[in-house]
Design a protein. Structure first.
Lengths: 149, 221
């Protein structure tokens, strides 16, 4: 699969590492996936481990993933999946809608922190992960399970 | 009319002033407390500090009872989110967005925003008006269509001068809507009307035909 990850923060780089990671440490050097990371801040790109940066299945584009021009450079026209993981809900939402509606990327997912926005984008048919909601669910389940015991 | 405006900057702030001055009810949401204070000093209790891309901020601004919602912040991503909240969560009957990057306009259209104002187009149209030598002025894109309203000035020694309008041979899909003569007299076009030097012809044109219209109307002998 050709996958674009937008946002090279903690979640983005972790995801990138896992997608190609097994290969980085293992004997084979061929990943099943080609992954392109789009990140606006150069310092974040420079902070990536060299083994990841030099990996044949990884490419990095410096730029704003909400811009079509940058998305084209990142290979949006041939991408199978697009994951928006910047820290800004609105930027993620704009980029994801662009990826889905204009680049017709089959699998589009995004992170949205604000639970109300998350619900709205889910209702619009986007695959949304809301860390706030997920944390609430986890802790509530944990608390009520403990109480039940 | 009740209008809620996201972003009280150059566009939003001025519009708020104009609407309030015209007797309309208006409310501005802006992240910047300085902007909010300034609006309050000028217009009264019509502004609140808040993030227009949050449901709660738009709820307290009363978007659900608004007649018009305008998103005019400095970022397209915030404007898009704000319009989507206004429409989907609060059923705003009319949403208008100022789009900074023209490439994002189709996205706003797809999201169901009722009217899109491209900031670049605004600047261009003003610039074009400042350059009297330019014979073509793009007045307005037709929202949702690949058409635009343009005005072309007939040059002094143009080959169309002296011909009736029906002989202009305009590209398919063009509609001549108005003729403004050099004295500023506005006329509805008629087949036999004679083209004069200095006439402004106003047309609705498919975007791809605008260049050939310009050539036809401004061809010089």
């Amino acid at each position: 699969m050709n996958i674009i990850i937008m946002g090279g923060g903690r979640v983005g780089t972790h995801f990138l590492r896992v997608l190609v990671g097994n290969v980085v440490d293992g004997p084979s050097d061929i990943s099943q996936h080609n992954v392109c990371l789009v990140e606006r801040q150069r310092t974040r790109i420079e902070a990536l481990p060299p083994r990841l940066l030099e990996h044949p299945a990884v490419s990095v584009v410096e730029g704003d993933g909400a811009s079509s021009e940058v998305l084209v450079v990142a290979g949006a026209e041939e991408a199978d999946a697009f994951v928006a993981l910047t820290g800004d809900d609105r930027v993620n939402a704009l980029a994801a809608q662009k990826a889905k509606h204009f680049f017709k990327i089959e699998h589009v997912a995004l992170r949205v922190r604000d639970p109300e926005l998350a619900r709205m984008y889910t209702d619009l048919g986007l695959a949304v992960f809301c860390p706030t909601e997920a944390a609430r669910e986890f802790f509530m389940a944990h608390i009520f399970e403990s109480v039940a015991e | 009319m009740y209008a809620v405006i996201a972003g009280g900057g150059d566009i939003g702030g001025r519009l708020a002033g104009a609407l309030a001055g015209g007797g309309h009810e208006v409310f501005v949401v802006d992240v910047d407390p300085v902007v909010v204070n300034d609006l309050r000093n000028r217009l009264g209790a019509v502004a609140e500090q808040g993030d227009a891309s949050r449901v709660a901020a738009l709820e307290s601004a009363g978007v659900s009872r608004s007649d018009l919602f305008l998103a005019a912040t400095a970022s397209d991503d915030i404007n898009l989110a704000a319009c989507q909240i206004a429409k989907l969560r609060f059923g705003a009957p009319r949403t208008v967005a100022v789009v900074r990057d023209p490439e994002n306009a189709p996205l706003f259209e797809a999201a169901g925003v009722d009217q899109i104002i491209s900031q670049t187009d605004i600047v261009f149209s003003h610039l074009a008006n400042l350059l009297p030598a330019h014979p073509l002025i793009r007045l307005m894109p037709i929202p949702g269509r690949q058409q635009e309203l343009v005005s072309v000035k007939v040059p002094r020694n143009g080959t169309v001068v002296g011909k009736p309008l029906k002989e202009l041979n305009l590209p398919y899909g063009c509609l001549l809507t108005l003729v403004i003569d050099s004295n500023g007299q506005v006329k509805l076009p008629a087949d036999e009307m004679i083209v004069n030097a200095g006439d402004e012809v106003v047309l609705v044109s498919p975007v791809e035909s605008t260049e050939s219209i310009l050539e036809i109307v401004t061809e010089q002998a």
